[in-house]
Design a protein around this ligand. Structure first.
Ligand SMILES: O=C(O)c1ccccc1NCC(=O)[C@H](O)[C@H](O)COP(=O)(O)O
Length: 222
């Protein structure tokens, strides 16, 4: 299976076009006002409508209530919901049932103790996003440009497909793939020239490096 890439935190139609042309599979829109990548529902609608067929649009929310999710799902043609807060297993199942969209649950990983959560969420979500745990003093639950110890997830399997995230860059993505065996990758800060500013060159370099790494045998080297 080819490597699939998600570029998160897109804010302009130009970002969307570059991501699609580069060959990414997913485009993420951040509905978290404190983020430098935040978009409004109106902005996200325009971005989603500009996306070509084949680019899956992902709405990223943090502990969203039904009112916000109702609005996003009514206005923005999204293909997946990414839950990046402290949503419980029950809440993930409820959101999945209410909106009839695939749900990806993000889980922050810093130590072995964080791994059981992936098993639990893997029973109710359609995908898992295995991300670095946010530092305690960060205002952002994700998108901090920090990697975690990839040995924690090397060769692991969960009940549903998963994406690796956290501090990935065009320079380290091949090593991340080799070490973890990940077949899906998510990046935000590593393809930016400044907070919230996506770089077309870095996006192209990241997708190229990820796809090249996917063509190599997926044998974890530790
Ligand atoms: O990106 C944000 O600003 C953000 C805000 C609130 C919750 C999650 C957020 N990002 C989550 C992502 O999907 C990122 O792509 C993922 O955490 C990896 O980020 P990075 O380490 O910057 O590549």
């Amino acid at each position: 299976m080819d490597i699939q890439v998600k570029i998160c935190g897109l804010r302009t139609p130009e970002d969307v076009a570059v991501v699609a042309e580069a060959g990414a599979r997913y485009a993420g829109f951040v509905f978290f006002p404190k983020s430098p990548r935040a978009v409004t529902v109106t902005q996200a609608r325009a971005l989603a409508l500009s996306a070509p067929v084949g680019l899956a649009k992902v709405a990223l929310v943090v502990n969203a209530d039904d009112a916000l999710l109702d609005e996003i799902c009514a206005e923005v043609p999204v293909d997946m919901l990414q839950l990046h807060g402290t949503e419980s297993v029950e809440r993930v199942a409820q959101i999945r049932a209410r909106y009839g969209l695939p749900v990806m649950k993000a889980v922050g990983v810093a130590s072995e103790g964080d791994l059981p959560a992936l098993e639990a969420y893997g029973k109710v979500a359609d995908q898992l996003l295995v991300d670095a745990k946010a530092p305690k003093d960060s205002v952002l639950p994700g998108g901090n440009g920090l990697a975690f110890d990839w040995r924690l997830v090397a060769g692991r399997r969960w009940p549903v497909p998963w994406m690796l995230a956290g501090g990935l860059t065009p320079e380290n993505v091949a090593e991340a793939v080799r070490r973890t065996g990940a077949r899906q990758l998510d990046v935000s800060s590593g393809v930016e020239s400044g907070p919230g500013e996506k770089s077309p060159e870095l996006i192209r370099a990241f997708v190229r490096a990820a796809h090249s790494a996917g063509a190599e045998p997926a044998v974890p080297r530790l």
